[in-house]
Design a protein around this ligand. Structure first.
Ligand code: 5RP
Length: 214
């Protein structure tokens, strides 16, 4: 189902453009699909070092964000997505670079299997990337918001930071909570993608792939 959603995303690839590419198992399927049309795109922007290596391994040119004039489309998976196209991302730990590429992209195409579609976010623990020295302070603040932060053991992000996975948050207003958590000193960003939601979500199901839009 992930592969079917990834294949369907090829329809949104803009020929001649630089394509933003996400991180995770669904994005990996997309990289394989994209390699089949690499001669028809200028190249890609990677949301993680893992994705960069995989793209280059398929002979796809990888640009730095500062090198390109625009990025017409960004294709990435999600850990949870609602019908309003708000998401939790960062299960793979690449949330900050993912959010940067999503901010630059003209269109965000989310690719998921049906299990990721939820009415309310929060069953999946919310990843928060933090500056290491702020760990105790941020953890206290997140507990004050009603969550239980757990340090992702043995994990360092591509940016040299740590991740707290926050369990038990009741996320009624994702836009407000995204903003609030990002204001805690020491937070780099959090895995709520609500201020910049997806534009299209391709959902792989046993009966085929369906598109949700805002
Ligand atoms: C990585 C992400 C991924 O998009 C998210 O974790 C979904 O992963 P998968 O496609 O493996 O289910 O945000 O940081």
């Amino acid at each position: 189902m992930k592969q079917a959603a990834a294949r369907a995303a090829l329809e949104y690839v803009v020929e001649g453009g630089v394509i933003g590419v996400g991180t995770g198992s669904t994005a990996r399927f997309f990289i394989e699909e994209l390699s089949g049309m690499k001669g028809r795109i200028a190249g890609a922007v990677a949301s993680s070092e893992d994705t960069r290596r995989r793209l280059q391994g398929h002979g796809i040119r990888v640009f730095e964000l500062g090198e390109i004039a625009d990025c017409p489309v960004y294709v990435d998976g999600a850990d949870e997505i609602t019908p309003k196209m708000h998401m939790i991302k960062g299960g793979g730990g690449a949330l900050t670079r993912e959010k940067i590429v999503a901010a630059v992209a003209g269109r965000f195409v989310c690719i998921v299997d049906g299990s990721k579609v939820v009415n309310y976010l929060g069953r999946f623990p919310l990843p928060v990337e933090i500056i290491p020295m702020a760990r105790a302070h941020v953890a206290r603040e997140l507990a004050g918001l009603g969550g239980t932060p757990v340090l992702r053991a043995g994990f360092v992000t591509d940016n040299g930071n740590l991740i707290l996975d926050v369990q038990g948050l009741r996320i009624f207003d994702p836009v407000e909570l995204e903003t609030r958590i990002n204001q805690i000193a020491g937070v780099v960003t959090n895995g709520l993608f609500a201020r910049r939601p997806a534009d299209v979500c391709l959902v792989g199901t046993p009966d085929g792939t369906r598109a949700m839009t805002r």
